[in-house]
Design a protein around this ligand. Structure first.
Ligand code: ARG
Length: 460
């Protein structure tokens, strides 16, 4: 008979058990479950529900159960439906009748909500540390390439020259937002539902503020109905991870493309690329393709949980048990992925000559328009004139810089000898020196800003 089997005359059907049991995946919350129970034993002792002596025996028993889990010797029994029943069953075996008093005024509903929040709080800090490792790798690569010039793209069409450091740093800031988003998520997760009972609250005078504090929460939940069923924190965590993976997926797309021999801008280290079983020349960026592919999976975990939650009537419903596998899977997936992506960035080889070879003069068309603007022409007109220059160069099958001054002057008399200076990629990037721009000067400032951001983070 299961723990709750008092009113039942027949044992649960085996197929139902297989469907209903969550022990297979929720046992990884054993430490959180035990921590919650230790705090709860103290709280009900303080409320006079159990004696101080009983509390001590319960706590000692719980610590033994913890040791069994840590040592890998905890043996599951067929009736262990989930981590909560498993721990309670073992506790009662170890300390006798006192173990049966622990659950007074508590329900698995407030218990699981507490355990899971504790688990997510730790997972958030872990994930932030992993993201920050990748940020550091990006920053270190960027420092090497402040003066390396490559084509920048919009619509995947060559647009304007940029510095490679600027490209790398763009991902640093995406990840900085991910880390900060996880801070927000942490803040809302750090609310303790314990003491909510099954749904209506507890009739025993447990000190919820003390419970919350002892477990490291910032506060306790203000409404028991909401407290037992709120899984916003799980959805938010899944969103933060899905968006972080979306950023990795965008980085992946660039890396796949730039490592293609047609671009050749970067080379992946041998240890982090794979070959083909058939075509000896192939070097595939498989890990980055996986980074791109996994984003689909993480987005699926998020939308899956939202769909499970959306139609729920008030308070706890078993549908909510779907929360954990989604969260564990997203966390585990990123935990496998991030160290590899970080290593890829750390060992990435940039090929500045290939980048240089891909710089074509049409990338300077905007600079040519800006030249006319500086001579007093309104930008719209300048854009039009340069459009004609581009067309002329294409028709004559030549570069813009090879069109002679007289021809240029026939399009606008603002063109003068000094136009020659426009056709210089170094000058083009150097001009974009306003904060946030691609100029080496601005990127160096950006890198300092990034270092300050990293230093400003209390090490999670
Ligand atoms: N395994 C359950 C879960 O993960 C624990 C809560 C069960 N509560 C209940 N009333 N059956 O959600």
């Amino acid at each position: 008979m299961p723990l709750w089997g008092g009113a039942f005359s027949e044992p649960t059907d085996d197929d139902l058990r297989a469907l209903n049991d969550s022990i297979g995946f929720d046992q990884r919350m054993y430490a959180e479950d035990i921590a919650g129970s230790v705090a709860y034993a103290r709280a009900i002792a303080q409320a006079g529900i159990i004696t101080g002596d009983e509390a001590e025996r319960i706590i000692a028993g719980l610590l033994l159960v913890l040791q069994e889990f840590e040592a890998g010797v905890f043996t599951l029994q067929p009736g262990d439906e989930d981590i909560h029943t498993a721990v309670e069953r073992r506790l009662t075996e170890l300390v006798g009748a006192a173990g049966g008093k622990l659950h007074t005024g508590r329900s698995r509903n407030d218990q699981v909500a507490t355990d899971f929040r504790l688990w997510v709080l730790a997972a958030i800090r872990d994930m932030q540390a992993q993201l920050i490792d990748l940020q550091r790798a990006l920053l270190e690569q960027a420092q090497q390439h402040v003066h390396t010039i490559m084509p920048g793209y919009t619509h995947l069409q060559p647009a304007q020259p940029i510095t490679a450091a600027h490209w790398l740093m763009s991902f640093f800031w995406m990840l900085a937002r991910d880390v900060e988003r996880l801070d927000d998520c942490h803040r809302r997760t750090a609310t303790c539902p314990l003491g909510s009972g099954a749904l209506a609250g507890t009739p025993f005078p447990v000190d919820r503020a003390m419970l919350a504090e002892e477990l490291g929460f910032a506060d306790y939940t203000p409404n028991s109905l909401d407290g037992v069923s709120d899984r916003d924190f799980a959805a938010e965590f899944l969103f933060a991870l899905a968006l972080a993976n979306t950023h990795l997926s965008r980085l992946a797309e660039d890396i796949v493309l730039y490592s293609n021999p047609l671009f050749g801008y970067i080379t992946l280290n041998d240890r982090y690329s794979t070959g083909s079983s058939l075509m000896p020349q192939k070097r595939n960026a498989d890990p980055m393709e996986l980074a791109r592919g996994k984003a689909g999976r993480l987005i699926g975990n998020l939308t899956g949980l939202l769909a499970s939650l959306k139609g729920l009537p008030s308070t706890y419903n078993k549908d909510i048990q779907e929360d954990k596998e989604a969260v564990f899977d997203s966390f585990d997936t990123l935990t496998r992925l991030l160290p590899v992506v970080t290593a890829i960035i750390q060992t990435l080889h940039l090929n500045p000559e290939k980048m240089r070879a891909a710089l074509t003069e049409d990338l300077l068309a905007t600079d040519l328009a800006d030249y006319l603007v500086k001579k007093g022409l309104p930008f719209r007109q300048a854009h039009h004139v340069v459009g004609e220059v581009v067309r002329l160069a294409a028709r004559e099958n030549t570069a813009m810089s090879h069109i002679n001054l007289d021809t240029l002057r026939s399009l606008s008399d603002l063109f003068a000898e000094d136009v020659a200076a426009v056709f210089d990629f170094e000058q083009s990037v150097a001009r974009r020196a306003a904060p946030g721009g691609t100029a080496p000067e601005a990127v160096s400032q950006q890198i300092q800003q990034a270092e300050a951001w990293l230093n400003g983070r209390i090490t999670p």
